[in-house]
Write a protein that binds this ligand. Structure first.
Ligand SMILES: [Zn+2]
Length: 97
């Protein structure tokens, strides 16, 4: 497996990346936002991209078929090490949605 932080080979028997010292537990993905609001989804994407936090989304396949409806909930996941930062930026939109 590759370290997502430094892109070097990550020895999975070790607790830390030997190249950048990233903790293995920090590689876990955590959900920072769940929403079915199309406005919230596009806003969350743009602010996460702006802040350079790597994220993935789950549940967008339904939305790709019905983009303008509220069908399906989209989840935003980030690496554990970015969790607090991501939650912090997303707090604003969580409160308004
Ligand atoms: Zn690394």
């Amino acid at each position: 497996m590759k370290c997502p932080n430094c892109k070097q080979k990550f020895d999975e028997s070790k607790e830390f990346c030997q190249h950048c010292n990233l903790k293995k537990t920090d590689l876990k993905l955590v959900t920072v936002l769940k929403t079915s609001n199309p406005m919230t989804i596009s806003f969350a994407k743009s602010i996460l991209q702006d802040s350079k936090i790597k994220f993935i989304t789950k549940g967008e396949s339904i939305r790709a078929v019905y983009p303008l409806t509220n069908l399906g909930t989209v989840e935003f996941l980030v690496m554990k090490k970015d969790e607090s930062e991501a939650k912090n930026i997303l707090k604003e939109i969580n409160e308004t949605s």
